[in-house]
Design a protein around this ligand. Structure first.
Ligand code: ZN
Length: 210
């Protein structure tokens, strides 16, 4: 487990800014530091710095209104799984990786239907959302072996919903030590695995029926 002290010695390494201040595309933003250059010698962690994701805080990619036409969660299932980071598709709900994860393997389970409130779900959607949430936990355990999870639905922007118009249940794997000083002091999350790789592993491990 990384202590605050271990982490403090690594400093924050911003490898993403370009000379003109523009943000390069996603592929160019990835920088895995040489572990030998940072931290104590026995520390075998690789570090991936992705401060560009903090643009999300500023509202980038947020829909301009609450309509179905503007909704990324309505658009995603119409495309292919790899592009949309879709992990599994059910009859009424689907599972997708969060593009702005709190942790590696941060999944969302959501209905295809554009509804905002948990009470808007019909009986079948409620049952499938619950079943797919359970499957998401089982698959996550098999692939990433987290020590725990945070599950939850933020209802309304005031409650923290990034896209409040389309209900989504978060499934966030947790590991001991994952909430170290870095998110608090540097407002940066370190994510050891690329989203495309995470998606493939989870999709491959997903059972045939939810
Ligand atoms: Zn929608």
């Amino acid at each position: 487990m990384m202590s605050d002290d271990d982490g403090a010695r690594t400093g924050v390494h911003d490898a993403t800014a370009t000379s003109d201040g523009a943000m390069p595309d996603d592929d160019a933003l990835v920088c895995a530091d040489d572990p030998a250059a940072f931290g104590p010698p026995e520390d075998s962690y690789q570090r991936l710095w992705t401060p560009h994701r903090m643009v999300y805080i500023g509202g980038q990619d947020k829909p301009s209104d609450a309509t179905e036409q503007q909704c990324p969660f309505c658009r995603i299932p119409r495309g292919d799984d790899e592009q949309g980071l879709v992990v599994a598709r059910g009859r009424r709900c689907y599972v997708v990786l969060n593009l702005y994860p709190y942790n590696s393997g941060h999944l969302m389970v959501l209905p295809y239907r554009h509804v905002s409130d948990y009470t808007d779900l019909d009986e079948a959607e409620t049952a499938e959302l619950a079943a797919m949430t359970q499957t998401a936990m089982r698959v996550s355990r098999a692939v990433h072996a987290p020590a725990g999870f945070n599950l939850g639905i933020n209802q309304g922007e005031v409650a923290g919903a990034g896209i409040a118009a389309h209900l989504h249940q978060h499934v966030v794997p947790r590991w001991t030590g994952d909430a170290n000083f870095l998110p608090i002091v540097a407002r940066t999350k370190s994510l050891p695995e690329l989203l495309a790789d995470t998606r493939r592993k989870l999709a491959d491990a997903w059972p045939a029926s939810p």
